[in-house]
Design a protein around this ligand. Structure first.
Ligand SMILES: [Zn+2]
Length: 51
């Protein structure tokens, strides 16, 4: 499964447990992935930025 960060557009890798190196924001169909870098950079703001 290839995910892209909703903010910077970088590809997000996932480990063998399909845990992504990042986080999900939003719910259901509006759920988006955000990479670790953006999460560190923007903190809680990613929730507004990515949806
Ligand atoms: Zn990012």
């Amino acid at each position: 499964m290839a995910l892209k960060c909703a903010i910077c557009g970088e590809k997000i890798e996932a480990n063998f447990l399909e845990k992504i190196f990042g986080t999900y924001v939003g719910r259901g169909k509006r759920k988006k992935a955000v990479c670790n870098n953006c999460q560190k950079k923007y903190g809680d703001k990613v929730k507004e930025m990515a949806t």
